[in-house]
Design a protein. Structure first.
Length: 296
């Protein structure tokens, strides 16, 4: 009888152990499945979100990237030309002579400037609701250039080395003010051609007075405030085109050196520009240019 009981205990123990083992495996398996599926779903959702945001950002950038590059290319040529012809005063037209002289040089200067800024504001507006924190490095760099293009014309600290005060208004634009001026090159959500812009400029002098005078009053003087900002902007454009432009839009290093050597003697706000670049988080992108500018 005792042997039967002992035998029964062993069988019962084995059954209990087997049952507990099965229960343990079931619980562990259920917990593993629960946490795996939850984490897998979270991971999948994160991947899908990142992919969609990157895709949206690239799509919006691609809409305006080529027009912006072309506009920057045109302005690059104008500024290179302007460096050689500033003393000819082709841009200096007084209000009383506004309708009496050939204004192509000044008009086209203003037009090319506003077209660039139009695309800058357009890209900023179209990408505002997109999460750029998950963007590719190249797209983040592109957006940094975009913001810097806009901000450089509103940054008063750039001009303080030249005695510019916060109460001055002639050599900078308030951000909303500048955005308003860019609307003059747009009709029905398209950028108008230059020959369409000229009549608007001609018959709206008072409304466009500040933008006209910003360019028409530039003096052939290294201490001219507007000229200093435009030359800093030129360096930004050169590097932007070198990063993102077609091969024919890239400025060869020899040409970059020539421009930088000229600007090293004719830009009087180099330190302020370097600080501005640092605040714009473009240190690495502009490092080679700034190094050459300060070493020349």
């Amino acid at each position: 009888m005792m042997e039967f009981i002992n035998s029964l205990d062993i069988k019962l123990q084995a059954t209990i152990i087997s049952a507990l083992t099965s229960l343990f495996i079931f619980v562990v398996g259920w917990l593993f499945k629960f946490f795996y599926e939850r984490n897998s779903l979270s991971f999948r959702l994160d991947k899908e979100y990142t992919f969609e945001q990157k895709k949206k950002l690239k799509e919006e950038i691609s809409k305006y990237k080529i027009p912006l590059l072309n506009a920057c290319e045109e302005f690059n040529y104008r500024l290179r030309n302007f460096n050689k012809r500033t003393k000819e005063n082709l841009h200096r037209i007084d209000p009383d002579k506004w309708f009496e002289t050939d204004q192509y040089y000044l008009n086209s200067f203003i037009y090319r400037f506003l077209v660039i800024l139009h695309y800058v504001y357009k890209i900023e507006q179209e990408t505002l609701s997109i999460d750029s924190t998950v963007a590719d490095k190249s797209d983040i760099k592109f957006l940094k250039f975009i913001k810097t293009f806009k901000n450089i014309f509103s940054e008063l600290d750039l001009l303080t080395p030249l005695g510019y005060k916060w109460s001055d208004t002639k050599n900078h634009f308030w951000k909303n003010e500048l955005k308003g001026f860019t609307l003059w090159v747009v009709e029905n959500d398209r950028v108008i051609e230059f020959d369409e812009f000229v009549p608007k400029l001609r018959f709206n002098y008072n409304e466009l007075r500040k933008i006209i005078e910003y360019f028409s009053k530039i003096e052939n003087d290294p201490n001219d405030k507007t000229l200093n900002v435009l030359r800093c902007f030129h360096l930004l454009i050169i590097q932007f085109l070198n990063f993102y432009g077609h091969t024919y839009q890239v400025t060869p290093e020899a040409k970059v050196n020539t421009i930088v050597n000229f600007y090293s003697e004719n830009i009087k706000i180099v330190d302020a520009f370097e600080n501005f670049i640092s605040e714009s988080k473009l240190d690495q992108e502009m490092k080679s240019i700034l190094k050459k500018l300060k070493a020349a």
